[in-house]
Design a protein around this ligand. Structure first.
Ligand code: SF4
Length: 340
């Protein structure tokens, strides 16, 4: 796999998504849940960037904001269209919005829940084109046939219903549905977490093949670091709405520069049956995004926390080219990674 570093397809700059906490008879706003709190990154054409973190860290909300499924509270999201125009996904005119909706598509998490059991495979895959009145008749059938072949399914089964297919086949159907709009950027939200391990690698291989064939870019949202290590070029680690570390995948896995990243890595299975654990597992609860701790949000769980961590928020500092960490002690950390 190789990413074209010369072309950026997406820029996320200072993205904030806050949800109001409303309570009482008068339905007053009592506070804010800071689901995404100043997230910035870019994505290059042909790249896979993984967004990782525990449940509730803001990774899915970040993906939903890019897909225009939630309204950001602040920040900018800029998308480069196929025509080469730089457009804001937040404030674009209606005609531009429809272009963005074609060029950015979603691969759902759960292939069992995301396919309507009352629709045939043909109707499911054709739905985005039909809903946008972009194709019909023979042309539509040919396009569905092409998409099913692309994801390794026989078009002979297009009149069947989802229950006739296995989990892996259903996820292939979901990918075919996402591809039929000819997108350039795919947001894949835990695309293999509901599948058996043996099937996971088949779907990941398919995604890699499609990426090369169609020049696709992926934002790959996952809590599973072993999957992320396999498929991504870069990894961004999120904690309580913020990116705490971002780096090329090899750097994250061989030399993490944030104690939270290292704690997540400690949960990656070790391929040696003699060794059961790497140690350094996460303790304590994730901080409340409605009432985060002072200073570094990770300090109540961090084994390396010192006084400054409780008082001062760490800057997002560059460790080495392309490797950034939000830890006061990034320069001195010598944390164990994951052996190849
Ligand atoms: Fe831990 Fe302090 Fe670094 Fe935060 S800034 S990760 S509390 S050492």
């Amino acid at each position: 796999m190789s990413a074209d570093s010369s072309q950026t397809i997406l820029e996320v700059d200072g993205l904030k998504v806050y949800f109001p906490i409303i309570s009482g008879l008068m339905r007053k706003v009592r506070g804010q849940v800071r689901a995404v709190d100043g997230v910035s990154f870019d994505l290059r054409v042909g790249e896979t960037l993984a967004l990782v973190g525990e449940s509730g860290c803001g990774k899915t909300t970040t993906g939903r904001a890019i897909l225009q499924a939630v309204q950001p509270t602040g920040g900018r999201i800029t998308f480069m269209t196929r025509e080469g125009d730089r457009v804001s996904t937040i404030s674009a005119a209606r005609d531009v919005q429809s272009i963005i909706r074609q060029e950015i598509q979603l691969i759902f998490q759960d292939p069992f829940a995301s396919l309507n059991p009352r629709m045939t495979i043909f109707d499911i895959v054709a739905d985005p084109l039909m809903a946008n009145r972009l194709s019909r008749g023979r042309e539509l059938e040919e396009r569905v046939t092409e998409m099913l072949r692309l994801v390794g399914l026989s078009p002979d089964y297009m009149r069947r219903y989802p229950h006739a297919f296995s989990g892996g086949q259903r996820q292939r159907i979901g990918i075919a549905r996402a591809l039929i709009m000819n997108p350039r950027l795919l947001i894949a939200d835990e695309p293999v977490s509901a599948l058996d391990v043996s099937v996971q690698s088949q779907i990941l291989n398919l995604m890699q093949d499609l990426q090369e064939q169609l020049d696709l870019t992926y934002l790959f949202i996952s809590h599973d670091l072993s999957v992320v290590q396999y498929i991504s070029h870069r990894v961004a680690v999120m904690y309580v709405g913020k990116i705490v570390e971002i780096a090329p995948t090899d750097d994250i896995f061989s030399a993490p520069k944030h104690p939270y990243t290292q704690a997540l890595l400690s949960s990656v299975p070790i391929p040696d049956p003699e060794v059961r654990t790497r140690g350094g597992a996460l303790e304590g609860e994730v901080a409340d995004p409605a009432n985060p701790p002072s200073g570094c949000y990770f300090h109540p769980r961090c084994p390396m926390a010192e006084e400054i961590c409780r008082e001062t928020e760490p800057p997002f500092a560059e460790v080495s080219p392309g490797h950034f960490s939000r830890c006061h002690f990034y320069a001195d950390l010598d944390l164990p990674g994951v052996p190849e």
